[in-house]
Design a protein around this ligand. Structure first.
Ligand code: ADP
Ligand code: GLC
Length: 480
């Protein structure tokens, strides 16, 4: 089979979050199972290309009243062909989607051009049996195949993956004209959403099948609480909606081989982990003497999704505990400020780095004892899966993929991998943290818990096989 993925970010070319980890690793895993995979990405300012060939010096892409001529470059990496849509006016910017203050105002045009270019690439070069689109930035692919490109030979079935229902790509109705989408798509069973154009909704309506990145989240998004206004539609499409848990790329995230660490370690020999802890304290300017206390790590986009308000709510109680906290994150100004304040108030206990820094993210996974992820919702979550591998015990809210990947430790029975809490409250979070801190004082049980996590296997193989089953089902159905 030939699969063409379309996404707005992928490691190692561009990244703001877990989507990039997934689109960086899944294609390789699908390729390893015997399929041909292409990936279409925008060429951003942050994208570094070595040895890419120019496939098209200028595609002809109509965009409303204008015609644009994006170039396309490509390279093959680990057997996967990556295409880059080069259109500097749209993508040569400091960030992928937004300034620190707000979204780029022309995001509709940017990702419409990108989606059309992806279909052109399919038509002129890759000839896929199936498209696999990720999140709202690529959601115009199925809408265009359904309308403007209905007669195109590239009209293959589409699988649409929801990585995060909280980001929908909402725009005013006038965008239809700006990007050349027919007005007749603007109705309640199409891409209209309370008087606006909702690109994610277009993806959900016009794709042949939908999945999200854990089974738990696939259930949750069909409820009002987690559905972001699209739960009715998702219930309506439940027969073609499934959950496939993300894998993780252990070639990047394994303490035995991780090149960012002060020392490597494995379940057979954990001694390096203490060195990583000392190194982490140093990186955050905290005294070495704190090494005998439990060290809690956070790596997160600082947005409403990730539960920082619970930390604010419970700050007093949290700081009364005998622990140290290191935070790496960037995002919304209010949450950045919140952590800065905590660090200023409790300088000996809390250290914060407001930044995006991959090396430090790895150092936290390795050097911390506990990893805190109190998310309000979490489609899959990768950091807690990395934490398991690094023997860093996750404390998570039981939602979405967090609930699916962390099993509560049952104490004397010795089973389980972490700690969970249910209700979205500072009190519930503190109970889970207190349970973790109490167990930390029982070294034998704590080691058991760490090793349980380290021995879990969340590599991509099984998930990639699920995707292939889905692709095959759609291709066969289309052929009938
Ligand atoms: P999400 O995609 O919702 O942000 P995930 O847990 O799926 O959450 O993935 C987050 C990814 O982004 C992980 O690879 C994590 O290490 C990385 N990450 C998040 N924030 C930062 C940061 N401030 N610096 C470096 N890496 C980060
Ligand atoms: C999203 C989700 C996260 C998930 C990632 C990759 O950004 O917030 O939970 O792990 O996508 O699928």
């Amino acid at each position: 089979m030939k699969i063409l993925m379309v996404a707005s970010e992928a490691v190692p070319f561009s990244k703001t979050g877990g989507l990039a980890d997934v689109v960086g690793a899944l294609p390789q895993a699908v390729h390893a199972l015997g399929h041909e995979v292409g990936v279409v990405l925008p060429l951003y300012r942050m994208t570094r290309l070595d040895g890419a060939a120019t496939v098209f010096p200028g595609l002809t892409v109509p965009l409303g009243a204008e015609t644009c001529f994006p170039a396309v470059r490509a390279l093959v990496q680990h057997g996967v062909k990556f295409y880059f849509v080069e259109y500097p006016a749209f993508f040569d910017r400091p960030a992928l989607y937004a300034t620190p203050e707000s979204d780029y105002p022309d995001n509709a045009e940017r990702f419409a051009l990108f989606s059309r270019a992806a279909i052109e690439i399919a038509q002129l070069d890759f000839h896929p049996d199936i498209f696999h689109c990720h999140d709202w930035q690529s959601a115009l692919v199925p809408a265009l195949l359904h309308s403007v490109y209905a007669k195109s030979p590239a009209r293959a079935p589409v699988l649409f993956t929801i990585h995060n229902l909280g980001y929908q790509g909402l725009f005013g109705r006038e965008m239809l004209g700006h990007v050349g989408l027919p007005e007749h798509l603007f109705h309640i069973d199409g891409l209209e959403f309370y008087g606006k154009v909702n690109l994610l909704k277009a993806g959900l309506v016009y794709s042949d099948a939908i999945n999200t990145v854990s089974r738990g989240y696939a259930r949750e998004i069909q409820t009002e609480e987690y559905g972001f206004g699209l739960d009715g539609l998702l219930r309506h499409r439940s027969l073609v909606l499934s959950g496939i848990l993300n894998g993780v790329d252990y070639s990047q995230w394994d303490p035995a081989t991780d090149k960012f660490l002060a020392a490597n370690y494995s379940p057979e020999d954990l001694t390096g982990k203490q060195k990583c802890k000392l190194d982490l304290l140093k990186v955050f300017g905290l005294p070495e003497a704190r090494a005998d206390r439990p060290l809690v790590g956070i790596v997160s986009r600082l947005t409403v999704q990730k539960g920082a308000d619970l930390i604010a709510e419970a700050a007093g109680e949290l700081m009364a505990g005998d622990l140290t906290i290191v935070v790496l994150g960037a995002g919304d100004a209010i949450y950045e400020e919140l952590f800065r304040k905590l660090a200023a108030q409790y300088p000996e206990k809390v250290a914060v780095r407001i930044a995006y820094d991959n090396a430090v993210a790895h150092k936290i996974e390795a050097g911390a004892d506990i990893f805190l992820m109190p998310s309000r919702y979490e489609p899959c979550g990768l950091n807690q899966i990395y934490s398991l591998k690094y023997g860093t015990v996750p404390v998570v809210r039981s939602t979405g993929g967090l609930d699916d990947t962390v099993q509560p430790f049952d104490g004397e029975g010795g089973q389980g991998t972490g700690f969970k809490f249910g209700s979205y409250s500072g009190k519930a979070m503190m109970e889970a943290i207190r349970a973790a801190l109490a167990l930390y004082r029982k070294p034998k049980l704590w080691s058991k818990l760490m090793l349980n996590g380290m021995r879990q296997d969340y590599s991509w193989g099984a998930s990639a096989a699920h995707y292939i089953q889905l692709y095959e089902g759609l291709v066969t159905a289309r052929g009938r």
